[in-house]
Write a protein that binds this ligand. Sequence first.
Ligand code: SF4
Ligand SMILES: [Zn+2]
Length: 408
Amino acid sequence: MDINELISLRLVHEIHTSERKSYKACRRRWDWLFRQNIYPKTTAKPLEFGVAYHKAMEHYYDPETWSWDREVVAEAAVQVFREKCEQQRKAALESGQQITFDDDIEADYDERVALGVGMLRYYFKKFAPVLDANWHPLEVELGFRVAIPDPRDSSKYLWCKCDLCWGKWVNHHGSLYASDEVIDDWQGLPVVYAGRLDVLAESDKGELWIIDWKTAATIRENDEVFMLLDDQIGSYVWALRALGYPVKGFVYHEQKKAYPQPPVMNKQRYKGRMFSVNKQFATEWEIYEQTVREQDTQAYEDGLYDEHIQWLKDFGGTFYRRTLIYKTDYETDRIAEYIGYEALEMIDQDLPIYPNPGRFGCNFCAFREPCIEKNAGGDYQYALDTLYEVREPYYMAQESSTESKGGR
Ligand code: SF4
Ligand SMILES: [Zn+2]
C-alpha cells in the first residue's frame, strides 16, 4: 500500500495540533491524555464555551449560505450557539458529578448563553459586515491529515512501529497476517499531522487565507511577536500548502469574551457623576455617551464625562482584532522540520515520562489530583479510574469533512 492509500484508510499514527502544545507543556499530562486517551468526566467551562462559539461561527461562515441574507443567517447562528449550550447544560446536569450544585450549573449556563449571544449579535451586526466585505469562505471546519517529512532526510516521511500502530495494522488485515516475518518486514504506519482549521477563505484578489477564531478574556496589547512565532497556526499554513493549497498566511481573529453594555449607575452620585467611569467595564464610547447624555444630562453638559469618553475613544472598547500574518515557504519548511523532530520524540516508545509543573499550567490542569498522588507514591490509578474515563480520542468523532492526502 502506498502512503496515500494508508492515509485514506486512516492507517496512520496521528499527531494533532493540540497535542504538540500539550507534549511541550507537560509530558505526564500529554501521556495520560493523548497516549492513553484518559479524559476527565466533566469538560472544563472555557472549552465548552469555545466549542459552542465555534459552532455558531461555523454556521455563519458556511459557504453554502454565504449569499443569503446575513441577518437571517446571523440569527440562525445565534440559535446554533444556544442549542449547543443547552446540550452542554443537559450533559452537565445528567452527569451526576455535581448534582448537588444544580442551581449553580443552571446559573452558570444562563450566564454563558447570555455572554455568547451578546458577543455574537454584536459581532454580526457591527463588525462582520465591514470585515467580511472583501473575501468569502471556501470551507469551514476543514480537517486535514498530512504525512510528516523525516527531519533527518526530508525526501522521506516518518513511519511509526508503536504498539498502537501495529494494532491498527493487524486489525485491518486480520490477525493471521501477523506472522513474525511480516513484523520484521513491516515498515510501520506513516506519521501524519492532523488538525482542523476554522475557515479557508479567498480574498477578492484570489488569495487564500486561513482564518482562526480565538476567544479570550482580554485582547493583549503588543501581541504581534507571539503571532509571528505561533507555530500552531503556522503549521496549518504548512499543512495546507503540503496539500496543494497556495495559502498566503493566516488571519488571527481575536474576540474578547465580552460585549459592550450601557454603563452602570453608581449607588449615589460620585464626584458629580451618576455613572461609573470604571475602565475595566465592558462598554464602548457610543453606548456610554448616549447613556450619560440621556440619563445624566447636566453632568454630561458640564463636561464631567469628557475625559472618560475620550479614553474610551482612544483605548477602550476593543472587542475584536484581526491580524494578518504572512508565511514564506522558508518559514513553513522550518515548521515542518520542527514538527518532525517533535514527532520523532512522541513516537519513541522509550521516551521518559516526567511531570513539568508550572504555576499556570498546573492550576488549569485537569489531572492535578492523580498527579499529586503519583508524586506522593499514592494510588493515583484509583483517581484515574474513578474521576476519569478512557474515551475514543475526541478527533475521531469529527471526521465528516476531513481531507486525507499525503503528498507534498
Ligand atoms: S498537574 Fe502540572 S505537573 Fe501534573 S500533570 Fe498537570 S501540568 Fe503536569
Ligand atoms: Zn504509532
